[in-house]
Design a protein around this ligand. Structure first.
Ligand SMILES: Cc1cc2nc3c(=O)[nH]c(=O)nc-3n(C[C@H](O)[C@H](O)[C@H](O)COP(=O)(O)O)c2cc1C
Length: 192
């Protein structure tokens, strides 16, 4: 994978969020960091009904990492390890990460740091259309699309709720009816 001159989604999203960010223009989308010990306890399973490849915690149906063919070539699986020093010594490409809240910040931070590419976490979580060259679209539209994708990919309800709560907290308030309703949700059907 070429890491130069790319708009990168930080390691924070499960499959629906990564697909959302990619749809708006992210070139590379990192998966949530998974610790090596945890990954070693996973088994790889093809999910025929969703068309995904799942890494499940052995002996359970708990999804640790889910990906799909459309992500091939742009998803990065981030593994946490206690042996990072060696990996860092070998690193040649630097990706600047942090404080990007508008599309224009990608260029500004890249120029200021001289980094090969730029990565965004919170700015994308609050409005994933930050990656769009056409400018951000209203966050409510992004939220609706995120819910649609979460249902489509059978995302873990805790993960969906967490992302929705972050969006609502940033743009509105969890004490309002919508926020309270999200907190009460137990299933994807409730979220819909
Ligand atoms: C919800 C969330 C989850 C994150 N998870 C990870 C992670 O798994 N691994 C990691 O290296 N960084 C993680 N980060 C940190 C981001 O990569 C980034 O360093 C930090 O949020 C600063 O960037 P920002 O100003 O764009 O938010 C996470 C950030 C957020 C907001």
């Amino acid at each position: 994978m070429d890491y130069r001159d790319k708009l990168v989604l930080a390691p924070m999203g499960t499959l629906p969020f990564r697909m959302l960010a990619a749809e708006y223009g992210a070139d590379i989308t990192y998966g949530e960091e998974i610790i090596d010990h945890k990954f070693l306890k996973c088994k790889r399973v093809t999910n025929e009904s969703l068309g995904t490849t799942d890494f499940l915690e052995k002996g359970t149906d708990s999804v640790v990492f889910r990906t799909c063919p459309e992500e091939r070539g742009r998803v990065v699986f981030q593994m946490g390890t206690s042996n990072a020093v060696r990996a860092l010594k070998a690193a040649e490409i630097v990706i600047a990460n942090g404080d990007i809240f508008e599309y224009e910040d990608f260029r500004r931070i890249k120029d200021a740091t001289g980094a090969a590419s730029v990565m965004v976490a919170r700015g994308a979580m609050w409005n994933a259309s930050i990656f769009s060259t056409k400018g951000k679209i209203p966050w409510e539209d992004v939220k609706r699309e995120y819910v649609r994708k979460s249902i489509l990919w059978d995302n873990d309800i805790k993960s969906t709720k967490h992302t929705l709560k972050e969006m609502i907290m940033h743009h509105s308030c969890l004490e309002l009816p919508e926020g309270k309703a999200v907190i009460k949700c137990d299933t994807s059907a409730d979220i819909a």
